[in-house]
Design a protein around this ligand. Structure first.
Ligand code: HEM
Length: 405
């Protein structure tokens, strides 16, 4: 390992990720600078530098210590959140709050996302998955990312939230366009506004006609102290849940297929032993880590790796890098569907552990099982393209050719 620093990658610029994740840079960081100060650049929001943690143990320690590393509080101004940029939603939306308020918000939605609740969707998702894959013919060329990967996650989140199927395409296009626009925010401002306008209309529909879906429950729920969420908070909740449910799993499915195409032995093994799908899901989430970093804010003066960190400073931790940490994963750059143990941090950890993990795991597992059952193999038919986004990272296009097995 070279001790000469490679040219620093601007981690606050989505375009740095347009050619794929900068793994070489992070491998160097893990070895030589596990706590690195990222000085502000022309694209860094708020004009503030931030700390970068890249090793598994340090990422895990920070995620688990929510009292010292806040998802809510910002620096010396109002704001905070989990992106590099201080967000106006800090303190209001589930992932941008700390306990005890976070716990109360999470209690509103937890029930809808338990392993048992999402298991009820399995037959329906499998039926939809089969229909989708049955429509593919041997010899056909397609953009797997667009035609297949995004279908099941977006259909599922619509069912769970109670979004009419007819609105799905428009919402997904909006979210996709927002992520493609280089920006530090998860989705760009204009698309976020449009998503909120849609959410407002949906809130009004659910107020007038309550249904059993989660979003209706959230609209009508009273927090423990008898207060309901106001419209702005509900809009933000929707603007969190829809992209969180739609985008990450979509990227995991595309990235998973690419990994299986690039590792034909793993694909052959899965086809021979479909019960390996459960382990393959975990390896796909480790490998693709669609939610690549998070940011917290230090709530007090403290020390990390012997380095003083001042209250109010931004600390980012990179789950993608933690998931390739050679201190934890044997041969981390090998895609191994039988990897065990596989304690990846792809779904985060601690109090903000991914709400949708059971749903995502189910969607990816059903997709893998149905791909195997369909009897088609896939080969690349062009260059895969990556989304230029540093936060929701993954494939924008995956041109493949289906071939009879
Ligand atoms: C492969 C797919 C997915 C990945 C890799 C993923 C990743 C993550 C990660 C790393 C976190 C932690 C955030 C933090 O520490 O600040 C998280 C939180 C969250 N995820 Fe997921 N996610 C996925 C699928 C989903 C799905 C299907 C939903 C469905 C709605 C969802 C909803 C959420 C929500 C609402 C939170 C915030 C939880 C909280 O702050 O308490 N995710 N996710």
């Amino acid at each position: 390992m070279s001790t000469v620093p490679p040219a620093a990658v601007d981690l606050s610029d989505g375009r740095s990720f347009g050619g794929g994740f900068p793994h070489d840079f992070f491998t160097w960081l893990r070895a030589e600078a596990p706590l690195w100060w990222h000085a502000p650049t022309a694209t860094t929001p708020d004009g503030e530098g931030f700390w970068v943690l890249s090793r598994y143990a340090d990422v895990d320690a920070v995620i688990m210590d929510a009292a010292s590393f806040s998802s809510d509080t910002g620096g010396d101004r109002v704001g905070g959140g989990t992106a590099i940029k201080d967000e106006p939603t800090a303190g209001k939306v589930l992932n941008h709050t700390d306990d005890p308020y976070h716990k109360r918000l999470r209690a509103l939605v937890n029930k809808g996302f338990t392993v048992r609740a999402v298991a009820a969707l399995e037959d329906e998702l499998r039926r939809r998955c089969r229909a989708l894959l049955d429509a593919l013919d041997a010899g056909e060329e397609l953009d797997f990312a667009h035609r297949v990967s995004r279908e099941i996650p977006t259909q599922a989140i619509c069912i769970v939230l109670g979004v009419p199927e007819g609105d799905r395409e428009r919402l997904v296009d909006l979210v996709d366009a927002g992520i493609e626009t280089p920006s530090d925010s998860v989705i760009a401002a204009e698309q976020a506004r449009e998503l909120r306008r849609y959410a407002q209309a949906l809130i009004e529909t659910k107020r007038a006609q309550p249904d059993a879906a989660i979003f209706s429950t959230i609209v009508h729920a009273e927090l423990a102290d008898g207060v309901r969420l106001n419209d702005a908070e509900l809009r933000s909740f929707f603007a969190l849940l829809f992209p969180a449910g739609a985008e990450t799993t979509t990227r995991a499915i595309s990235g998973g297929l690419l990994a299986l195409i690039e590792n034909p032995a793993a694909w052959a093994r899965l086809c021979a032993e479909p019960t390996l799908a459960r382990g393959a899901v975990e390896e796909i989430v480790r490998w693709t880590t669609p939610s690549v970093y998070k940011r917290r804010t230090a709530t007090r003066d403290l020390e990390l790796l012997g380095q003083p960190i001042r209250a109010g400073e931004k600390v980012t931790f990179w789950e993608m890098s933690a998931n390739r940490d050679e201190r934890v994963f044997a041969d981390p750059f090998r895609f191994d569907i039988t990897r065990s143990p596989n304690k990846h941090l792809g779904f985060g950890a601690g109090v903000h552990f991914c709400l949708g993990a059971a749903l995502a795991r189910l969607e990816i597992k059903v997709m893998l099982e149905e791909l195997v059952a369909r009897g088609l193999d896939f080969e690349l038919a062009g260059q895969p393209q990556w989304m230029p986004n540093n936060r929701l990272f993954g494939l924008k296009a995956l041109p493949v050719r289906a071939i009879a097995r």
